[in-house]
Design a protein around this ligand. Structure first.
Ligand SMILES: [Zn+2]
Length: 452
């Protein structure tokens, strides 16, 4: 059959629609021939068919936001990538992560190795959810032996709704190119519509109060809560903070963005910061959530007990929050995350003092440092302090020996996406990015510290 005739036939197929009335979401599917649809469960609907000689599968996953901590659109695509990574390493599904009724990509893919090279990751504006944008990801499947013939492409779109979130996973075999890719992209752009209410990017008082009550574990916390909004933050808590704290957080935002640019996005929610007046209240919360005992960042937020706007803990946690929420870099391991937070929150003179102090006792070997699962839980208070400082000094060395800001940014994005604790992949990344083995990197780093 000629390509033209196939095109006409495919386009003559009436577009089908899928309605999710309780979610106020509707899909107008691309013009698939031989369409077969399966409502696998409340949380998964699958549509299969042919499009211009390509096998298409459209899986619409509906997840509970609270269960998966889905705060924003990119959390959906990140969840998918994380699950792929986990699957590549251990081809067993993580049932503990999955809702009992949810038989999504984990289960369907159990036992199969699959590598996807993602080429296009972006936010797209539009009526896709309670925020005025959705996250999209596109990539080619390198090998998935039992499911698709070798080679195929994946096209994902995710957004958050009031209580739920959805991820549309389009698989196409052979890989979508040209007209087919245009049709699939048009489906994701124009065929996905949410008609429910949007949320206030500045947060309502009730929304932020609810989060604060959750943190404090006190349903009657309203009367003593303070709320302050700045350009990018909403700060809530029972501590007595003022506008100078807001200015300090905004300076951190600007400093991180100057080193590691990320786009500003209209309609993006303010980032929440929760400040406890009493250390005991914070520590009770931190213990419950498995966080650090002085401050910690999780999901879209960070929390600490508040002393003053000059407290370095505030800047440290604000950097964690930006790495996770704006730069979407949650990998690399504890040394990378803590090293970045230390590097971007401390002055050079502070690091010089730390370097001289630690040098007298000796540094932890690099391959040991990068394997530590959580620096904050690794040994005594003094050891933890030292490991944090070492990690900050290592990031500083990587920055200072990069050939310009672009090379440093590339390194941060690459290393910040690596699976944690894996010395082999870090070794590969460093060889690739800097033409340097970890042994050589460590030698040069220690030498530069001695010359300080
Ligand atoms: Zn930290």
């Amino acid at each position: 059959m000629s390509l033209l005739l196939t095109t006409i036939l495919a386009l003559a197929t009436p577009a089908s629609s899928r309605e999710f009335p309780e979610l106020e979401l509707s899909l107008t599917l691309p013009p698939l021939q031989e369409l077969q649809s399966v409502r696998d469960s409340e949380s998964l609907t699958i549509d299969r068919g042919e499009l211009l000689g390509h096998r298409i599968e459209i899986a619409t996953h509906v997840l509970t936001r609270r269960r998966f901590s889905l705060e924003t659109a990119e959390d959906l695509t990140d969840l998918f990538v994380t699950s792929l990574r986990a699957r590549g390493r251990t081809p067993v599904c993580s049932h503990d992560l999955v809702e009992p009724s949810y038989r999504g990509f984990w289960e369907r893919a159990a036992g199969r190795a699959m590598a996807v090279r993602f080429q296009r990751s972006r936010l797209v504006p539009g009526p896709y959810g309670i925020d005025p944008f959705a996250a999209e990801l596109e990539g080619e499947i390198q090998a998935e032996p039992t499911h698709w013939p070798p080679g195929g492409s994946l096209h994902l779109k995710g957004a958050v709704l009031a209580e739920a979130a959805y991820l549309i996973e389009v698989s196409c075999s052979p890989p979508a190119r040209g007209r087919v890719r245009d049709l699939l992209r048009a489906f994701l752009d124009d065929g996905v519509r949410y008609t429910g209410p949007v949320r206030d990017p500045l947060w309502s008082r009730e929304e932020i109060l609810e989060r604060w009550r959750d943190c404090l574990g006190d349903p009657a916390a309203d009367s003593r809560v303070r709320i302050l909004r700045t350009e990018h933050y909403i700060i809530a808590g029972d501590a007595s903070f003022g506008r100078s704290l807001g200015r300090s957080l905004e300076r951190t935002y600007d400093r991180v963005r100057a080193t590691l640019p990320f786009p500003e996005w209209p309609g993006r929610r303010l980032m929440p910061v929760f400040l406890f007046r009493r250390p005991a209240d914070f520590q009770r919360f931190a213990a419950r959530e498995g966080g650090g005992n002085r401050g910690f960042a999780w999901g879209d937020a960070f929390a600490t007990w508040y002393e003053s706007p000059a407290d370095p803990v505030l800047v440290h946690e604000a950097v964690h929050q930006l790495l996770a929420n704006r730069l979407r870099l949650q990998g690399g391991g504890s040394w990378f995350q803590e090293g970045m937070a230390e590097y971007l929150s401390r002055a050079t003179w502070e690091r010089t003092a730390e370097a001289r102090r630690i040098d007298r006792q000796g540094f932890a070997p690099l391959d040991q440092l990068v394997r530590v699962r959580r620096l904050s839980k690794d040994g005594s208070h003094a050891t933890v302090r030292e490991r944090y400082a070492q990690a900050g000094l290592l990031i500083e060395h990587l920055h200072d020996t990069s050939r310009g800001p672009d090379e440093f940014r590339e390194l941060v994005v690459r290393v910040g996406s690596l699976p944690p604790g894996d010395v082999g992949v870090l070794e590969d990344a460093m060889a690739d990015l800097r033409g340097q083995s970890l042994t050589l990197l460590e030698e040069r780093w220690l030498q530069s510290l001695r010359e300080r």
